[in-house]
Write a protein that binds this ligand. Structure first.
Ligand SMILES: Cc1cc2nc3c(=O)[nH]c(=O)nc-3n(C[C@H](O)[C@H](O)[C@H](O)COP(=O)(O)O)c2cc1C
Length: 332
């Protein structure tokens, strides 16, 4: 299957693994890239640019296919040394960067000068258009379903993707709620050039996280995520757990007076506790509504292969036969 995204990034299948804090390490990124998708290392999970350089070198030993690095521009006061992270990416020979969070505008000149392809992840048509205007090569359009930060507009992909398709000229992938061949075909039908997945790739054998995390998502349904930090306009979709219940109780109690410090016990250091130590009630960690569609722990290769097989059979089987006027007896 060729799309503008497979051509842009030189990959076999239009499937991207989005950056994930404490998950996007070389094991997962290389496995996705080896499967013909685009694996992405999470830049800021590496505490320093030197550590990122090492992780890039490690990933290169595990795959000779293209992979990218995620740079999340955080709404923080003490900004990480982004220019140095970018230098590590350039010197490491990585050609693709996924940006997210705040606009990458400030860093576009150095990224473009180094010949890097930039895919910016954002949650609205207006931010997608801004990304296009500042020279991004593609966008990852992240709907309200997504694990992580869905923004404050609450527009699901059934509306957001065709809106993006109507306005954008650069390629884009559908992000948020993508799990299987049905997701890929639907995303293509709505105008996207491929899909980006977070939560689904987290539940694969190569994802280097505690087994408790994978099993919690397998057990969870689409009813088990919660939105936290809404009063701070920094909304995050997370998996419900004891720490999240406590955090939400504080949010309710403080109302408009809520400050980040009130809930920091359930935010700071949580990823290490959850992903490394398997402490599932530690606090807020990202997880999408798509948890309701995840029932197994395949290898990344099996997952990518299954998605492509399902997508092909949906298009050439079920959808084509509908066009021929054949009446279905049961869904494929
Ligand atoms: C555990 C986890 C951690 C994440 N960390 C980041 C991150 O550090 N930076 C980022 O840009 N996106 C992050 N994301 C968002 C994903 O890259 C992706 O956009 C999102 O998961 C898509 O929605 P889905 O989970 O429904 O597939 C994270 C998602 C998850 C599930």
């Amino acid at each position: 299957m060729k799309t503008r995204i497979t051509e842009l990034f030189g990959i076999e299948h239009p499937i991207i693994q989005g950056g994930m804090h404490f998950v996007g390490l070389a094991e997962l990124a290389s496995a996705v890239s080896n499967a013909g998708g685009l694996g992405i290392l999470t830049g800021l999970t590496q505490r320093t640019p030197e550590l990122l350089a090492r992780e890039i070198a490690r990933c290169k030993e595990m795959t000779d296919k293209p992979f990218g690095v995620n740079l999340t521009f955080l709404p923080t006061f003490s900004s990480p040394p982004y220019a140095e992270y970018i230098a590590a990416i350039v010197e490491g020979g990585v050609r693709i960067v996924e940006t997210a969070g705040r606009s990458p505008e400030l860093y576009m000149p150095i990224l473009k000068q180094a010949g890097i392809k930039v895919i910016h992840k954002c949650t609205s048509v207006r931010h997608s258009l801004k990304a296009q205007q500042i020279g991004c090569d593609a966008v990852s359009v992240d709907g309200f379903e997504c694990g992580g930060h869905p923004g404050e507009d609450d527009i699901p992909n059934m509306i957001l993707l065709p809106r993006a398709a109507d306005e954008l000229t650069i390629p884009f992938v559908a992000s948020g709620g993508m799990a299987d061949g049905r997701s890929l075909v639907a995303a293509l039908a709505l105008g996207a050039d491929g899909i980006n997945m977070g939560t689904r790739f987290l539940v694969t054998q190569e994802a280097p996280v505690h087994e408790n995390v994978k099993q919690a998502i397998v057990r969870a349904s689409e009813l088990d995520t919660r939105l936290v930090m809404r009063p701070l306009r920094n909304t995050e979709r997370v998996l419900k757990n004891g720490g999240v219940d406590a955090l939400l109780a504080i949010e309710r109690e403080k109302g408009d007076q809520l400050a980040i410090a009130d809930i920091s016990d359930y935010l700071g250091g949580v990823y290490k506790k959850v992903m490394v130590d398997g402490e599932m009630d530690a606090g807020a960690w990202s997880c999408g509504l798509v948890a309701g569609l995840i029932n197994d722990v395949p290898t990344a290769g099996e997952l990518v292969e299954r998605i492509m097989r399902e997508a092909r059979s949906l298009i050439s089987g079920r959808l084509s036969s509908l066009l021929c006027g054949e009446l279905e007896t049961a869904p494929a």
